[in-house]
Design a binder for this molecule. Structure first.
Ligand code: ADP
Ligand code: MG
Length: 248
């Protein structure tokens, strides 16, 4: 399969997903190369979150195949936990443990899921808090941080697991406008470092500037995709133009 060549990071083939009678994903084909940043845009309810959740098996497609770095994660015999470990996910809600310090939020999953020794987990936590500019908040509790800082902690927590792929689902949508920039700056840094990223976002200027490719979804299908300058700057489909006229 092409996914085993090492260049393709994610390959989504003919994926369908329904919730009861609601057909949400209607045949999605999408390939993400290693090191590529793909932004997924589209109206609310178009299936963006469901697609992202299929990639780390929070949802199971009823038809189609998904490969991550050459391994078919939709294979019923696959070790789901082992596959999920390779994928970092950041949600709109930060989901930090409120009763743990920032450092403990980063060390706990490393120890529980990866079995890292405490000293190693602490070292990796410190290194990743530095990366997101929050080393000085190591002993703080989530409630003592702004929303933007909490989201950067959530990103650092995902990075501490050394993922091969990062999925972001509207990571800035719950933030006050003045806090969005710091989170996007961290994501820009990751993109520059060559992290493979799939980002659902309403931040059109971020998508246009940072994404190697922008994917516009509507009604459970990919309507068009291409460089941001094309899809956002000069869309070829009426549905894309209508969506952009509402959000820009
Ligand atoms: P988007 O992220 O583009 O806003 P979603 O993928 O969240 O869209 O949702 C697509 C459609 O699927 C929506 O109509 C939503 O209500 C429905 N949906 C999503 N998750 C579930 C679920 N677990 N059960 C039932 N319906 C769902
Ligand atoms: Mg969503």
């Amino acid at each position: 399969m092409s996914a085993s060549k090492g260049k393709v990071s994610v390959e989504i083939r003919g994926v369908h997903k329904s919730f009861g009678a609601l057909h949400v994903l209607k045949g999605i084909d999408l390939t993400i190369d290693a090191g590529e940043v793909v932004c997924v845009i589209g109206p609310s309810g178009s299936g963006k979150s469901t697609l992202l959740r299929c990639v780390n098996l929070l949802e199971e497609p009823e038809q189609g195949n998904i490969f991550v770095n050459g391994v078919e994660i939709t294979d019923p015999d696959v070790d789901i936990d082992a596959q999920r470990r390779k994928i970092g996910m950041v949600f709109q809600q930060f989901n930090l443990f409120p009763h743990l310090t920032v450092t403990e939020n980063l060390t706990l999953p490393q120890r529980r899921v990866l079995g890292r020794a405490p000293e190693e987990a602490a070292r990796v936590a410190e290194e990743n808090l530095k990366r997101v500019g929050l080393a000085q908040k190591a002993s703080a509790y989530p409630a003592q941080l702004s929303g933007g800082q909490q989201q950067r902690v959530a990103i650092a927590r995902a990075l501490a697991m050394h993922p091969e792929l990062m999925l972001f689902d509207e990571p800035t949508s719950a933030l006050d406008p003045e806090l969005v920039g710091d989170v996007l700056a961290v994501m820009r840094m990751l993109a520059r470092e060559g992290m493979t990223m799939m980002v659902v976002t309403h931040e059109m200027s971020f998508a246009r500037e940072v994404a190697d490719r922008v994917v516009f979804m509507d009604g459970g299908v990919i309507v068009e995709q291409g460089p941001g300058a094309q899809v956002i700057g000069n869309p070829s489909h009426e549905r894309t133009r209508t969506f952009l006229s509402r959000v820009l």
